[in-house]
Write a protein that binds this ligand. Structure first.
Ligand SMILES: *[C@@H]1O[C@H](CO)[C@@H](O)[C@H](O)[C@H]1NC(C)=O
Ligand SMILES: *[C@@H]1O[C@H](CO)[C@@H](O)[C@H](O)[C@H]1NC(C)=O
Ligand SMILES: *[C@@H]1O[C@H](CO)[C@@H](O)[C@H](O)[C@H]1NC(C)=O
Ligand SMILES: *[C@@H]1O[C@H](CO)[C@@H](O)[C@H](O)[C@H]1NC(C)=O
Length: 555
């Protein structure tokens, strides 16, 4: 996929080289004026893309164990809250760390209008928001001793992002926020975190992870261009670039893409579509902004490593290409595999993937889900969006309604508010003031031993306080109930007499939200998909099994 993003971004330079080719593209006109070298940063992301919308924002530097200095932004408050600290008040807000994919940086999350940008939406919803910028990107081209002009600066692949970048940023945010971190990753931002977790890193600092357009396996990446690019990366690329910086805006990259576009079966006309799949819901002004800001450099070694996943179908460490070299680095002939079964089974995970995504192909997602099949059932939520492709998840006009309002914004309702789950609380008037969405949680807080929480099966059991018919009973004093589907549920206290005195509550959960309709004809499928997502995923396994031989014959 990375290879593919490159190619997509490369059209920027290609447009300058061969306008007759570019202008045929539907997107071509957008590229014409946007070529040129990566501008040296003058203002940071806070100043350019956050503060301008009236949100407070702080810039931080985080140094990794191997000496890279990473730029990190924090948006501690929603719009107009004005405070600079955000931690001065009483309650600490839940932190969320947002991680971009490869060849882009943290700015990609901030290219829509402010009410549609994930970091700002999260800040407005009470989160302490942190934005990561991977090594090599515009604001993270720094090292304690090396210069980016030195090829050694670029001697890393995503193994180092897994081993150093993410852990450094997690340590830093954890240190500042003082509590476990919610993570949101897009594309390769999902790969890094899955691989890190599989090695036992981040585990103690992570509260939940939302994986948008998840990538772990890439064997089914189905664009001819992507496949050609991946082959070339493994084969020819190092002679063209050396093992140094891969700058998608540079001349060698443009030549590389030109060569690729000449491959039989590769069509470079509508490159954005060829590369990411058919994005349903992008605003053309947002694409313009995207091209002003991206793509960003990465290391050639990283690109080669990504191409190895496409080629080998395995999630393994960088392959040095020779048994003796692998032996030297790993003490074995083949690179070690990242075993995703090692991810803690009780970590809340939310996966959202699209039916039109050429990079996060549904068969590869099915394989990822298969590797998570031992995950606790209640801790894995999967959303399938029929008409979404790769870029819709970060820049889609309706991503706010369709994706971000799901798990990422899942609310915790503390039953009874500050009074808690007690006899004196007016529970029904509390409940009528709350909006319960699928994915939200109820938290019952009470004195253990004095009360309990029982769930009653139906209206009549609720009315008659028939606690003997309870479906479930909890008594810890701090019980969490997840609202997994739409409908009405009934709760009461199991202590003799309490239900009769009114210590009971009926709540109605509604489906996540009502997406504002995208212009695409399949929008209704997207809107209805979240509730049926688990079902569609199950049936995917069947499809995948059938078509594997068919696909193998194509590679
Ligand atoms: C690149 O890093 C590896 C270890 O990760 C090391 O073995 C190798 O010598 C380095 N290459 C250069 C050119 O510094
Ligand atoms: C697209 O973005 C531009 C610039 O932010 C905005 O003026 C326009 O309303 C947007 N279009 C839609 C459909 O939101
Ligand atoms: C991954 O780990 C699981 C158990 O933790 C083990 O059963 C499985 O064989 C491992 N897979 C690989 C490819 O090592
Ligand atoms: C309500 O649940 C109780 C206990 O499971 C059952 O006996 C009763 O028939 C149910 N009533 C209705 C109306 O479904």
């Amino acid at each position: 996929m990375a290879a593919v993003w490159v190619s997509f971004c490369l059209l920027v330079s290609l447009a300058a080289l061969s306008p007759h080719r570019a202008h045929v593209s539907t997107w071509g006109s957008l590229y014409g004026s946007k070529h040129g070298a990566a501008a040296a940063p003058t203002v940071g992301i806070c100043a350019s893309s956050v503060v301008v919308y009236g949100y407070p924002c702080q810039e931080f530097d985080v140094t990794t164990q191997d000496g890279y200095v990473l730029s990190v932004q924090r948006i501690p408050e929603g719009r107009g809250k004005g405070s600079s600290g955000g931690s001065g008040g009483g309650i600490k807000k839940p932190p969320v760390l947002i991680q971009h994919g490869v060849l882009v940086d943290g700015v990609t999350w901030l290219l829509n209008s402010p009410d549609r940008n994930l970091p700002l939406i999260l800040a407005d919803n009470g989160f302490d928001v942190w934005i990561a910028n991977t090594r090599g990107t515009r604001f993270s081209r720094r090292h304690t001793s090396m210069d980016p002009r030195d090829p050694k600066f670029w001697n890393w692949s995503w193994d180092e992002l897994v081993a150093f970048d993410l852990p450094a940023v997690f340590d830093f945010v954890y240190g500042k926020a003082g509590q476990k971190i919610n993570y949101v990753g897009h594309s390769l931002g999902t790969l890094f975190v899955l691989a890190s977790l599989s090695e036992g890193k981040l585990v103690d600092q992570m509260k939940s992870a939302a994986l948008l357009s998840p990538i772990a396996y890439l064997s089914h990446m189905n664009t001819a261009l992507g496949v050609a690019a991946a082959k070339a990366f493994v084969g020819e690329i190092t002679t063209l670039f050396g093992l140094a910086e891969f700058n998608p805006k540079g001349d060698p990259a443009a030549q590389f893409l030109q060569a690729l576009c000449a491959y039989p079966g590769v069509y470079c006309y509508d490159l954005l579509q060829a590369v990411t799949g058919k994005n349903c819901c992008l605003n053309s002004s947002t694409i313009d902004l995207f091209l002003e800001n991206e793509p960003q450099s990465t290391s050639t070694k990283n690109m080669v490593h990504l191409a190895q996943i496409v080629r080998d179908g395995k999630l393994a460490k960088y392959n040095y290409g020779r048994p003796d070299l692998n032996l030297m680095h790993y003490g074995r002939f083949n690179p070690p595999v990242y075993n995703l079964s090692n991810i803690p089974h009780d970590l809340p995970l939310f996966l959202s993937y699209g039916g039109q995504d050429a990079l996060s192909d549904f068969r590869d997602v099915a394989r990822l889900l298969d590797s998570l099949k031992l995950h606790d059932v209640g801790k894995l939520t999967v959303q399938y969006i029929e008409n979404y492709a790769h870029a819709d998840f970060i820049m889609g006009l309706n991503a706010k309604d369709i994706v971000y309002n799901q798990e990422t914004l899942a609310a915790q309702h503390v039953v009874g508010g500050s009074q808690g789950w007690e006899e004196s609380t007016d529970l029904n008037s509390w409940a009528s003031g709350e909006k319960f969405k699928v994915g939200d949680q109820l938290v019952f807080k009470y004195t253990s031993g004095l009360h309990s929480v029982v769930e009653l099966p139906n209206e009549s059991a609720y009315k008659s306080c028939n606690t003997g018919s309870a479906l479930d009973s909890k008594s810890s004093g701090n019980d969490v109930v997840k609202l997994t589907k739409a409908g009405t549920r009934y709760f009461a206290c199991g202590t003799l007499g309490h239900c009769g005195q009114g210590m009971k509550m009926k709540i109605t959960t509604v489906a996540g939200n009502t997406p504002s309709s995208p212009s695409s004809p399949s929008s209704s499928a997207a809107a209805s998909s979240s509730s049926s997502s688990l079902r569609s995923v199950t049936s995917l396994f069947g499809i995948a099994a059938l078509s594997v031989p068919l696909l193998l014959s194509m590679f």
